[in-house]
Ligand binder design. Structure first.
Ligand SMILES: NC(=O)c1ccc[n+]([C@@H]2O[C@H](COP(=O)([O-])OP(=O)(O)OC[C@H]3O[C@@H](n4cnc5c(N)ncnc54)[C@H](OP(=O)(O)O)[C@@H]3O)[C@@H](O)[C@H]2O)c1
Length: 316
């Protein structure tokens, strides 16, 4: 595949940094837009990656940037609304601006990150509804070649799922867990990145909404128990009944940092599992949680030591 000039929005986050690293290794020239360059001083992945301070909501700035771009990747997304960060601008207005700037500049290829269960007809979760609106909007844009991605929860080094629960379990011996029966098919970040890379070179993915899931399905409680096992922490994990989960969502939504909200509660009402994972069709063998998580979460495991050794070796 020839080297492309790729513009990535939301590329400084967990999935973005893995994806940008891979695109750089493949020889593409990558421009990563960020609102807050001061928070990403360490973000210097390779010689063909540049980090640019840009307000992504500024149409003119996007048009200028896209004028020498072959492909746009949009990874911007938020799980909770806080301060100026709202679902409508991040999930709907921004994709609209991206589409407009692409059409003005004649760039046609867009890879758009969405989420499982994104649905414009969702009545409770604003997160899922706004993601559905953004997804429909980019697919309906005339003249664009769009592939969107709908992953279940994504895991890997730097994730905010296993690392977050590991942090909570390290702090408290008792964990009251909302929505313990919610089901997930966690997908490895390396497999998500590979799906983006393959979609870039595969025109048959144009127009498709690709669901991405790992090989196994777990309940939330099973995943938290597994986390405790990996970090060798004895903890009492108490699955809350539905009414208490809802109350937890209401209460924790008022706490700074919003560790859990009523909108999260509504999203968890829908199982985050695929009807059919697109990974197999793309020729990707999905990694399991058990094969990867101990390598970055476990304290004393040989895998964790090996992973740290490899990370240090790569940095030196
Ligand atoms: N991680 C998962 O388990 C998972 C599962 C399903 C779907 N997704 C979706 O995948 C995408 C990437 O996820 P991630 O875990 O890598 O997220 P992340 O680590 O939070 O990174 C998201 C990036 O988006 C930018 N951003 C955040 N809020 C924004 C806002 N209000 N307006 C404009 N830009 C904003 C940030 O860039 P700057 O601060 O540098 O501007 C940040 O680097 C998101 O759309 C997410 O919803 C993730």
């Amino acid at each position: 595949m020839k080297a492309l000039r790729i513009c990535v929005l939301g590329g400084t986050g967990f999935i973005g940094s893995h994806l940008v690293h891979r695109l750089d290794r493949l020889g593409h020239s990558v421009t990563v837009l960020t609102r807050r360059p001061e928070r990403h001083r360490e973000f210097r992945i390779g010689s063909s990656v540049r980090l640019l301070a840009v307000n992504p909501y500024d149409d003119n700035a996007l048009q200028t940037l896209f004028s020498d771009t072959d492909c746009v990747i949009n990874l911007v997304g938020i799980l909770n609304q806080a301060g100026k960060s709202r679902f409508q601008p991040a999930h709907v207005d921004l994709p609209r601006n991206i589409v407009k700037a692409m059409r003005e500049t004649g760039v046609s290829r867009l890879l758009h990150m969405s989420a499982l269960n994104a649905d414009v007809n969702e009545t409770h979760s604003l997160y899922l509804k706004s993601r559905g609106q953004g997804e429909d909007l980019v697919h309906q844009a005339p003249g664009l070649n769009v592939t969107s991605f709908r992953p279940s929860v994504v895991f890997g080094p730097g994730d905010s799922f296993f690392n977050r629960f590991a942090g909570l379990l390290n702090m408290a011996p008792v964990l009251p867990l909302a929505c313990p029966g919610a089901r997930f098919a966690p997908v490895f970040v390396g497999d998500v990145v590979e799906a983006f890379v393959r979609a870039l070179g595969d025109n048959s993915t144009i127009g498709r909404r690709l669901e991405l899931c790992g090989p196994k399905t777990y309940t939330l409680k099973q995943l938290v128990e597994y986390t405790a096992q990996v970090i060798e922490r004895k903890a009492l994990i108490i699955g809350l009944p539905d009414f208490a989960s809802r109350i937890q969502g209401r209460l924790l939504g008022l706490v700074p940092g919003k560790p859990f909200t009523i909108d999260n509660y509504y999203s968890l009402k829908k199982d985050s599992v695929c009807s059919e994972s697109a990974l197999t069709g793309l020729g990707i063998t999905a990694h399991s949680v058990e094969a990867v998580v101990p390598a970055y979460l476990g304290k004393r495991s040989t895998r964790a030591q090996y992973y740290r050794y490899r990370t240090l070796a790569r940095r030196s």
